[in-house]
Ligand binder design. Structure first.
Ligand code: AMP
Length: 449
């Protein structure tokens, strides 16, 4: 099957041609007619399977030219990074279509976005919090939305966006098409579908837990953090093979710690993303990695989910994720769009249980390699690996390092104002043009002259 077999139109064919896309991926093939039919759709597909295009092609195909200001298509995604990525994807395919696409997300000036919205848009791509703020401010009118896409629903619900989704559903027109994509099916996702979807068509490509076939998986048993670092150093020395490496860790502190180590070992070759880093920092890191300026990117699960970076040579699981679904997400970052991928999993003794769960989910054993002799086995332990005296029943102390963290949520408008420096005194001086303190009384004299 080629794209010619789908009922597309010339502008879309031309854009596809320009990009050199000839054959639809399985999810694209299956989704096209269902999404085009206007029915509610639930798609279960792993990232990297081409799902953005799976919903965008039929939507762009049927979106008629319009001069009306209110948007007709709303795409909700969990992270700001994804907003940027989805907008750029839509723009690529809209090269020969006269439509208006805007991405909005929190943490940036809402007024600039209000102005952009007010100019009139066809498609809005947004994170839920900022979308809701814009809608409440009445600048963004949602009454003409005909199609609602929610991408990466599982991540969205993981991040606690359910409440915000409910608020948005409340102000959307009742009659609309709901299109939802999720990499995994969880109970939360299922509940959401039952509550808000009308007998949706289900499209499932790879059952969650089925690894993409074009990913070569290997693993090592490694006793501790420092030995993991030694092994990593040994592997990463081969710059040609390990040309673009995404390294996953479970939580932010570990990400920073590993990043510092890599900077010591391979100066200027790595970058890091996690939810405590600012928006700009994260975008810059991703860009540097994407452009090949840095070949190593250290990331936490939530931050890197759904990120589409081409040509990732290796995904290294520096730790073994507790939830086997996270392993599936992680390895899906390599071998994207049918290229050969490679992934390496490192597990300590403590992580064997998690490893078992991953292998059970995939119903296969990952090939185990022995640590090369040249790699030094360290006996030094990091804080988390030392035996700990646990305080029992202390409900106040919660170990919650993996939580998305405050930076991840949309900031309120008040808090998102930038601090431009300068003090209150300067402001008062500028406003009243008179001295605030005696020491400054020459100010008026000077200015009178
Ligand atoms: P996604 O799963 O939507 O994140 O897409 C993964 C990557 O595959 C993106 O970089 C797409 O541009 C690319 N892609 C999607 N569909 C196709 C296709 N039919 N042929 C080649 N590449 C594709």
């Amino acid at each position: 099957m080629t794209f010619k077999d789908l009922n597309l139109n010339t502008p879309l064919y031309n854009a596809l041609d320009d990009l050199g896309f000839t054959t639809p991926t399985p999810i694209q093939e299956e989704s096209f007619s269902v999404v085009a039919s206007g029915k509610d759709v639930v798609g279960i597909a792993q990232t990297g399977t081409g799902k953005t295009l799976a919903y965008m092609l039929p939507i762009l195909r049927n979106l008629k030219f319009s001069k009306q200001d209110n948007p007709r298509v709303l795409v909700l995604v969990p992270t700001r990074e994804l907003v940027v990525q989805v907008v750029s994807e839509i723009e690529k395919f809209s090269k020969y279509i006269n439509n208006r696409v805007l991405g909005v997300y929190g943490g940036t000036n809402i007024n600039t976005q209000k102005q952009a919205v007010a100019q009139g848009q066809d498609i809005i791509v947004a994170t839920p919090g900022r979308l809701y703020d814009l809608a409440v401010s009445r600048v963004l009118q949602l009454k003409s939305i005909q199609k609602l896409v929610i991408d990466e629903v599982d991540v969205m619900l993981d991040l606690g966006f359910r409440h915000q989704l409910m608020n948005i559903f409340d102000i959307l027109p009742q009659r609309r098409q709901n299109i939802m994509f999720s990499a995994t099916m969880t109970k939360d996702v299922d509940d959401l579908i039952t509550d808000f979807f009308t007998s949706p068509a289900k499209i499932s490509i790879a059952v969650s837990g089925t690894p993409l076939e074009n990913i070569k998986q290997e693993r090592y048993d490694v006793p501790n953090f420092y030995t993991k670092v030694n092994l990593l150093e040994h592997l990463l020395h081969d710059k040609d093979t390990f040309s673009r490496v995404l390294i996953f860790v479970a939580y932010k502190k570990m990400a920073d710690r590993l990043f510092d180590k890599l900077e010591e070992l391979f100066p200027g070759q790595s970058c890091v993303i996690h939810s405590n880093k600012t928006q700009n920092y994260r975008l810059r890191s991703i860009e540097q990695f994407r452009e090949g300026e840095n070949r190593l990117l250290v990331a936490t699960d939530v931050m890197a989910r759904g990120l589409d970076i081409e040509g990732v040579s290796h995904v290294i699981n520096f730790d073994t994720p507790d939830y086997p679904e996270n392993y599936m997400h992680r390895i899906g970052r390599t071998g994207r769009a049918e290229q050969q991928g490679h992934t390496i999993l490192l597990s300590t003794e403590k992580e064997q249980e998690s490893l078992k769960r991953i292998e059970e989910l995939m119903q296969m054993k990952i090939e185990t390699l022995s640590i090369p002799e040249r790699v030094a086995i360290s006996t030094e332990l990091i804080e988390e690996e030392r035996p700990q005296i646990r305080e029992r029943n202390n409900p106040i102390k919660r170990r919650d390092e993996d939580a998305p963290g405050p930076a991840f949520h949309e900031k309120s408008e008040k808090n998102s104002k930038e601090n431009l420096g300068g003090s209150y005194k300067f402001k008062i001086a500028a406003k009243y043009k008179k001295p605030k303190t005696r020491g400054d009384k020459n100010y008026n004299r000077r200015n009178k002259k």
